[in-house]
Design a binder for this molecule. Structure first.
Ligand code: GDP
Length: 426
C-alpha cells in the first residue's frame, strides 16, 4: 500500500498540478480532499495545456481513477463544463467519481459570496467569489437540508431542498444585503439542467478509497491551495474555508492518519500570494515584477496578478512540520535563472528577537522582519537539465539550502512546466 499526500508549502500555486500529474503516472487513484473550484491547477502535456479547477490532475492518465472526495465542494455547473472541455480534447471522464457526501455550491452561495465581499469594502478578504465560503459555512453550521452531491439525482428532493434553503437565504439576501430574492423554481431549473449530466458520477468515495488502500493500490491525495491558506494554520482571516494541510486529507477522504505513507511538500523556489494578507518576503516592485513575468504569476482561476517575493525558510520549515513532510518537490527553479543574487529568508526578527517559526498571532505576523541570506545565482538556463549532476554548483547549493531549511530531503526539482522538465533525486 502506498498513499502519498501532495500538499502546497506556501500560499498555493506552487505547481502541485504538475507534481500530481507526474506521480499519477504510477497511481491507481488520485483524490482531491478539500476545496472547490477556487483551486486552479495547470498541467502541461506535450504542446497542450490543461487548466483544471475541480477535477484531479490525474484525469489525463486514462488508467487512473480520479475522485472528488467527501471534503470537497462541487459546483455542478463548473464540473459539467470541465468534463465537457476534457471530453472535447479527447479525455473521457469515465474514471471520475464524486462523493455523494460532498456539499454542492448552489447559485445562492455564489450570490452570498459576492454580496458579502462587496459589503466588506476595503476590508475585503479576497475571496474568489465562487461561493466556497458560504457553502462551507452551511456545512459546518450543520444547515438542515443543505444540498449534497447525492441529492442531485432526484428532482423532487432537489426542488424541496432548494425551496427550504431559499426560505432562509432570501431573508439574508433581502434584509441584510437589500438585494432582490432568488426564485426557487428558477434556481431549481438552473441546477437540475446540469445535475442530470453530472449526477451519474456520484458514489460513496470513501468506501472505494478504503478498499483500494487495503488492496495495496497506489493512491495520491491531491491538496488544493497551500498550507498558509489553511483555515487553522494559515494567516487568518486571509485563508480558505477548508484544510489544505496533509491532516485534511484524512478528514476529506475517510482514511486514518496511519494509512498515509508519504507527504510530498510542493514548494516553489520563491514565494507568491494572491490577494490580501501577510507576505513577509514580498519583493520590491521591480524584483517582484521580474519574478511575476518569468514565472507567469497570474491566477489560473481568476487571472489576478500574484504578489511575488523570495523563498521564506520559516514558512517552509513550519510547513514541513505541520504537514509531516517526508520529501520536498521544489518547483519553478528555472524562474530564478537570470538572477545574479538570490535572497533567501532564513529567519524572522520580531522587535529585535530572532524567531524561526511563523508566529501564530496575526498581530505578531505584521511585525515580522525577514532576515535574508544572499545566495549566488547560477545565471544560466536550467530548462534542459535532467540530472542532479548537470545542475550548476550555485543551483545545487540553492537546493541544498532548501533541504536544510525544510529539514526534509528534496526528491524532485522542476525546471519547467512540462513533465520532462523534472529532475528526480534518489
Ligand atoms: P498549482 O495550483 O499548485 O498546481 O499551481 P498553478 O497551476 O496555479 O501554477 C503553477 C504554474 O506554473 C502552472 O502554469 C504550471 O504549468 C507552471 N509550472 C509548474 N512547474 C513549473 C516549473 O518548474 N517551471 C516553470 N517555469 N513553470 C512551472
Amino acid at each position: 500500500m502506498s498513499i502519498t499526500v501532495v500538499v502546497g508549502a506556501q500560499w498555493g500555486d506552487e505547481g502541485k498540478g504538475k507534481i500530481t500529474d507526474i506521480l499519477a503516472e504510477e497511481a491507481d487513484l488520485v483524490v482531491r480532499y478539500q476545496g472547490g473550484n477556487n483551486a486552479g491547477h495547470t498541467v502541461v502535456v506535450g504542446e497542450e495545456e490543461f487548466k483544471l479547477h475541480l477535477i484531479p490532475s490525474g484525469i489525463l492518465h486514462p488508467d487512473c481513477t480520479c475522485m472528488m472526495a467527501d471534503g470537497t465542494l462541487i459546483d455542478p455547473q463548473v464540473l459539467a463544463e470541465e468534463i465537457q472541455q476534457l471530453q472535447e480534447r479527447g479525455h473521457g471522464c469515465e474514471n471520475l467519481r464524486v462523493s455523494c457526501n460532498a456539499h454542492v455550491i448552489m447559485p445562492y452561495h455564489r450570490l452570498l459570496d459576492e454580496l458579502a465581499e462587496e459589503a466588506r469594502g476595503s476590508k475585503s478578504i479576497g475571496t474568489t467569489r465562487r461561493g466556497i465560503g458560504p457553502a462551507y459555512t452551511d456545512k459546518t453550521a450543520r444547515m438542515p437540508r443543505a444540498v449534497r452531491f447525492g441529492d442531485l439525482a432526484d428532482a423532487g428532493r432537489l426542488r424541496g431542498l432548494i425551496a427550504d434553503q431559499l426560505a432562509q437565504k432570501n431573508v439574508i439576501i433581502q434584509e441584510l444585503y437589500e438585494h432582490s430574492p432568488l426564485d426557487p423554481e428558477e434556481v431549481f431549473e438552473e441546477v437540475w439542467t446540469v445535475a442530470q449530466t453530472v449526477s451519474k458520477y456520484t458514489t460513496d468515495t470513501h468506501k472505494i478509497i478504503q478498499d483500494a488502500a487495503r488492496a495495496g493500490k497506489q493512491i495520491i491525495f491531491e491538496g488544493a491551495q497551500g498550507t498558509f491558506l489553511d483555515l487553522d494554520y494559515g494567516t487568518y482571516p486571509f485563508v480558505t474555508s477548508s484544510h489544505p494541510v496533509a491532516g485534511g486529507a484524512c478528514l476529506g477522504t475517510g482514511v486514518g492518519p496511519t494509512a498515509i505513507d508519504e507527504v510530498t511538500l510542493v514548494c516553489k523556489a520563491y514565494t507568491t500570494r494572491v490577494g490580501a494578507g501577510i507576505l513577509p518576503t514580498e519583493a520590491a516592485d521591480e524584483a517582484a515584477q521580474q519574478l511575476r513575468d518569468r514565472g507567469a504569476e497570474y491566477g489560473t482561476t481568476t487571472g489576478r496578478p500574484r504578489r511575488c517575493g523570495w523563498l521564506d525558510g520559516v514558512v517552509l520549515r513550519s510547513a514541513a512540520l505541520i504537514n509531516g513532510a517526508t520529501s520536498v518537490a521544489l518547483t519553478k527553479l528555472d524562474v530564478l535563472d537570470t538572477l545574479p543574487i538570490i535572497p533567501v529568508c532564513v529567519g524572522y526578527e520580531i522587535e529585535g528577537v530572532l524567531v524561526d517559526t511563523v508566529p501564530a498571532w496575526a498581530d505578531d505576523l505584521g511585525k515580522v522582519r525577514p532576515v535574508y541570506e544572499e545566495m549566488p545565482g547560477w545565471q544560466q538556463a536550467l530548462g534542459q537539465v535532467r540530472q542532479w549532476s548537470e545542475l550548476p554548483p550555485a543551483a545545487r547549493a540553492y537546493v541544498e539550502k532548501v533541504e536544510a531549511l525544510a529539514a526534509v530531503p528534496v526528491s524532485m526539482i522542476s525546471v519547467g512546466a512540462s513533465r520532462q522538465q523534472t529532475i528526480f533525486i534518489d
